[in-house]
Design a binder for this molecule. Structure first.
Ligand code: SF4
Ligand code: SF4
Length: 86
């Protein structure tokens, strides 16, 4: 689905994902590691987060909506990056 979006739709979806994102409540999250919504292809991993604790992404509404399968997007990259092995 994300693959079929035009740039405008991507921007809109990015904002929706950031709005749904629960990363700030996650033990792995580091203050100031913005923008959140790491699972989204236009965001991806954040250099401020270097230590993995728990990942609460499976409990996030965006996880179901985007049919995500991976976790630890903040350290391992977006769903797309992880699937492509980038
Ligand atoms: S799935 Fe994870 S990274 Fe993506 S919006 Fe939800 S909490 Fe944030
Ligand atoms: S991507 Fe997962 S591990 Fe990283 S801050 Fe968000 S919920 Fe936590």
């Amino acid at each position: 689905m994300v693959e079929d979006m035009n740039p405008e739709e991507m921007k809109e979806m990015e904002q929706k994902v950031i709005g749904m994102c629960i990363c700030r409540s996650c033990p792995t999250y580091v203050q100031g590691a913005d923008p959140i919504g790491y699972c989204f292809p236009t965001i991806g991993k954040n250099v401020k987060i270097t230590e993995e604790d728990q990942c609460i992404c499976p409990g996030c509404p965006a996880f179901a909506q985007l049919s995500l399968t991976k976790t630890f997007f903040c350290t391992r990259g977006s769903e797309k990056e992880q699937k492509e092995g980038a």
